[in-house]
Design a protein around this ligand. Structure first.
Ligand SMILES: [Zn+2]
Ligand SMILES: [Zn+2]
Length: 413
């Protein structure tokens, strides 16, 4: 964790580095291929510029590209907005309701979460999006969602151009015989003839671009609907998750409380206006949030603290009996451990004989937990967290009275 500290000072340079990642490279590549091919196809073979329709079509294509790129880069470079380093609530007594982030040396403002990839606490974090190589959160929620809307619309227009180009070009070359269909590849019978004939390479490139455009329309279009749902309910994916766990917790202990999600303003339009404004800047400052009647300013963070405490109660202490190097699929821990390595991006942690671990959840051959470090674990500030093979540890005899293994992955979430 310490290695990241130097990065923060060069934040602006760091922003450009966001481009050097498979996500932006692929996303920008798809945008470049689809828009370039759509323009080439329409000008050369489908709808020439000297017609009014052709010009309008061309201008619309440029327009899509500009708007898509604008929202894409805004989402990427404006970013979600980070909780200021060292932030604390205005009223210092309120800090008891908040979790503390040791990396950012700050309290976690309501709705913020620490992103391990961005290495900062992100305001109203929804998720870390690899395609923009940044988090989706408070500041870029609108531009991110607009990108998700515009990209499929632009792709539908491009796909239309691709289909029409291939159709007209092939149709002009097709000759129907008695039982045969012949394709005349030599030249198109089009008036006026295109400057460059629509050859096999152009056909292949157009077909490829059509595939990309249709794939993007479906994939990104679905993401758009997910984000709209999130905006209209004013509840991020992480918050849905917390709400889910709140219900579980209340049910588990058969408590007499009801968890009411505090940020849903009661109407879709009001929720919508929180994110989309004419100025382009979302409402508020990303730290204080308007809440619905009957809720406490810290309803959500208090619930988070309860869940955290509950997790600690339900966790089990283990002692490390064998060293483990921290590799994903260890060769020396048995074949079942090797093949059942958890399919997640969560880290593995290195174990050394004699260390203690607090496991919070587990699979049959793997456990997930926190290393118990001298005294800091109680504040939950400095943590080494991750997966390790079950057969490297044994349950602590001292905990015999609370002798219950962590529940399965699903139950304990
Ligand atoms: Zn943080
Ligand atoms: Zn992130």
């Amino acid at each position: 964790m310490g290695t990241f500290c130097s990065v923060v000072k060069f934040e602006n340079l760091q922003e450009l580095k966001r481009l050097c990642h498979w996500g932006p490279v692929i996303a920008l590549g798809v945008i470049a291929i689809c828009s370039t091919m759509a323009m080439i196809d329409s000008v050369l073979w489908y709808w020439p510029l000297h017609t009014t329709g052709g010009s309008v079509n061309f201008i619309m294509l440029i327009n899509w590209t500009v708007m898509i790129l604008y929202n894409y880069f805004t989402a990427m470079f404006v970013g979600p907005g980070f909780v200021p380093l060292g932030w604390k609530p205005e009223n210092s007594q309120d800090s008891v309701y908040l979790q503390y982030c040791k990396v950012c040396q700050a309290y976690k403002a309501p709705r913020s979460h620490h992103c391990r990839k961005c290495n900062r606490c992100v305001m109203k974090m929804d998720h870390h999006c690899p395609w923009i190589n940044n988090c989706c959160g408070y500041q870029n929620h609108a531009s991110f969602t607009l990108f998700l809307l515009l990209a499929p619309l632009g792709c539908i227009h491009a796909a239309f151009i691709f289909v029409m180009t291939m159709y007209t070009q092939l149709y002009n070359r097709l000759s129907f015989g008695w039982n045969t269909v012949k394709i005349d590849v030599s030249a198109a019978r089009r008036d006026p003839l295109p400057i460059i004939p629509f050859g096999l390479a152009a056909f292949a490139a157009t077909l490829f671009a059509l595939g990309l455009a249709l794939g993007t329309t479906i994939a990104v279009g679905m993401l758009f609907f997910i984000q709209m749902k999130i905006i209209l309910r004013n509840k991020t994916s992480i918050e849905s998750w917390i709400e889910e766990k709140a219900k579980d917790r209340i049910q588990y202990y058969q408590l007499d409380e009801v968890f009411v999600f505090p940020y849903d303003m009661g109407s879709r339009w009001k929720n919508f206006k929180q994110v989309f404004t004419w100025s382009g800047v979302p409402e508020g400052d990303g730290l204080d949030w308007p809440i619905r009647e009957g809720c406490h300013q810290y309803s959500l963070t208090i619930e988070q603290l309860k869940q955290k405490a509950d997790k600690r109660v339900r966790s089990v202490r283990y002692k490390v009996i064998e060293d483990y190097s921290g590799t994903c699929c260890p060769l020396n821990r048995g074949i079942k451990t090797f093949f059942t390595s958890p399919c997640t991006e969560e880290p593995r942690i290195r174990l050394q004989k004699g260390e203690f671990i607090l496991a919070t959840r587990g699979l049959r051959y793997w456990l997930y937990g926190d290393k118990i470090l001298d005294d800091s674990i109680l504040e939950g500030v400095s943590r080494i967290r991750g997966w390790f093979p079950r057969n490297c540890v044994e349950k602590c005899p001292c905990d015999a009275e609370t002798d219950q293994a962590p529940e399965g992955e699903k139950k304990n979430r």
